[in-house]
Design a protein around this ligand. Structure first.
Ligand code: HEM
Ligand SMILES: CC(C)=CCC/C(C)=C/CC/C(C)=C/COP(=O)(O)OP(=O)(O)O
Length: 321
C-alpha cells in the first residue's frame, strides 16, 4: 500500500514537471537569453556603466515575459508547419503536450504580466516598446510576412531588434541615437544569422512552402546577401565609438576583432555557398558574436574600465590624439 501511494506521488511529480517543462519550451528560452543580453547592453550604455540592480531585474523579467509571450503565440500560429518539419515536430503544441487554448491563455497572461511589471516599475514607454515587440513579431512577421515574402526576416527582424530599445527606455525614459544604433546593429545582424541557418535547412522550409531566401533564390544569392549585410553590419558597430562617443577603445577593439571573424566566415560562405558546414559555422558564430559584442559594450562602459583607459592614456605620449 505504502509503495503504491509512493509511486503515485512520484508519478504526479513527474507529470507536474513535464507540464512545467512544456510551457517553458513554448517560450523558446535559449533565444530569450540572447534577447535579454541585448536588453542588458542597452541598459548599461544608457546608464553609462552604472545600472540600478533592481531596475535591471525588473526590466529583464518584463522583457523575458514579453518575448516568451511572443514566442508562444508564434508556436501556436505555426503549429501546422512545425508538425511537418523534423526540427520542430517535438515542440509542445505539434506533439500534443499542450492544448492550443492553454497556450493562448499562457501567452496572454505573460503579456499582461510583462506590461504591468514594466509600467509600474520602469515606465510606460518601456512597457509599450515590449508590447510593440510582441505585436510586430506576431502580426507583421509570423502572420503577414513569414509565409508570403522572401524578405520576411529582413522586415520581421525588426521585432528582434526592439529589446535593446526596451533596455534603454527603462533607464532614461526616452530613446537616443545610440539606442537606435543598437536597434540597427541587431536589424543588420539578423539576416546573416537566420539565412545561414536557412541554408542548412532549406529543404524543410521548401517542404512546408515557407519562402525563405535560400528556397526561392538558391545558395549563391543567399551567400551574396549575407555578405552584403555583414559588410554593412561590421562598420555600423563602430559608429557607437565615432561619431556617437557612447563607447570607447576597449569596445572598438572587441568590435573590430569580432567583426573581422564575422566577415571571414561570411567570405568563406561566399566562396562556397553550398557548403553546409560553412553555413553552420557562420550561424553558430553569429550567436557568439552578438553575445560577445554586447559583453564588450558592457565591459567598456564600466567605471573601472573607463578609469583604466584614462590611466593608460595619461601615461602614454598620446598628446597628438
Ligand atoms: C526574424 C528574425 C529571426 C529569425 C527568423 C530567427 C530564426 C531562428 C531559428 C529558426 C533558429 C533555430 C531555432 C531552433 O532550432 O529551434 C534560431 C536560433 C537562435 N536564434 Fe534566431 N532568429 C531571428 C532573430 C533572432 C534574434 C533577434 C535573436 C537574439 C538577439 C536570436 C537568437 C537566437 C539564438 C540564441 C538561437 C539559438 C537557439 C538554440 O541554441 O537552440 N534570433 N533563430
Ligand atoms: C521586445 C520583444 C518582446 C521582442 C520579441 C522579439 C522576438 C520574440 C524575436 C524572436 C525572433 C525569433 C526567434 C524568430 C524565430 O523565427 P521562426 O518563428 O521563423 O522560427 P521557427 O522556424 O523555429 O519557428
Amino acid at each position: 500500500m505504502q509503495e503504491v501511494i509512493q509511486t503515485n506521488v512520484s508519478r504526479h511529480h513527474d507529470n507536474v514537471l513535464q507540464v512545467v517543462q512544456s510551457y517553458y519550451q513554448l517560450t523558446k528560452p535559449r533565444i530569450i537569453l540572447l534577447l535579454l543580453i541585448t536588453t542588458a547592453a542597452g541598459m548599461w550604455l544608457a546608464a553609462k556603466g552604472e545600472v540600478d540592480p533592481l531596475l535591471l531585474l525588473v526590466t529583464l523579467t518584463g522583457g523575458a515575459l514579453a518575448s516568451g509571450s511572443a514566442n508562444t503565440i508564434n508556436c501556436l500560429y505555426d503549429r501546422d508547419i512545425d508538425y511537418i518539419m523534423e526540427r520542430t515536430r517535438w515542440r509542445p503544441l505539434p506533439s500534443g503536450r499542450v492544448k492550443p487554448v492553454d497556450a493562448l491563455i499562457f501567452a496572454i497572461a505573460l503579456a499582461i504580466a510583462s506590461f504591468t511589471l514594466l509600467t509600474v516599475f520602469a515606465n510606460l514607454l518601456t512597457a509599450l516598446l515590449a508590447l510593440s515587440g510582441i505585436v510586430f513579431y506576431v502580426l507583421i512577421y509570423t502572420h503577414w510576412l513569414k509565409r508570403h515574402s522572401v524578405q520576411n526576416i529582413v522586415i520581421g527582424g525588426a521585432a528582434g531588434a526592439i529589446p535593446p530599445l526596451v533596455g534603454w527606455a527603462a533607464v532614461t525614459g526616452d530613446l537616443s541615437w545610440s539606442a537606435w544604433l543598437l536597434f540597427a546593429i541587431i536589424f543588420l545582424w539578423t539576416p546573416p544569422h537566420f539565412w545561414a541557418l536557412a541554408m542548412m535547412i532549406r529543404d524543410e522550409y521548401k517542404e512546408v512552402g515557407v519562402p525563405m531566401l535560400p528556397v526561392i533564390e538558391g545558395d549563391e544569392i543567399t551567400a551574396q546577401q549575407i555578405w552584403i549585410y555583414s559588410l554593412i553590419l561590421v562598420p555600423s558597430t563602430l559608429l557607437l565609438v565615432y561619431p556617437l562617443h557612447t563607447s570607447g577603445f576597449v569596445y572598438a577593439a572587441i568590435a573590430l576583432i569580432l567583426g573581422g571573424i564575422f566577415l571571414q566566415k561570411a567570405w568563406q560562405l561566399l566562396q562556397s555557398p553550398s557548403e553546409r558546414n560553412t553555413a553552420r559555422s557562420l550561424f553558430k558564430y553569429s550567436i557568439l558574436y552578438l553575445m560577445l559584442l554586447c559583453a564588450g559594450m558592457v565591459v567598456d562602459s564600466l567605471p573601472v574600465t573607463q578609469n583604466m583607459v584614462m590611466a593608460v592614456s595619461e601615461s602614454l605620449p598620446l598628446g597628438f590624439l
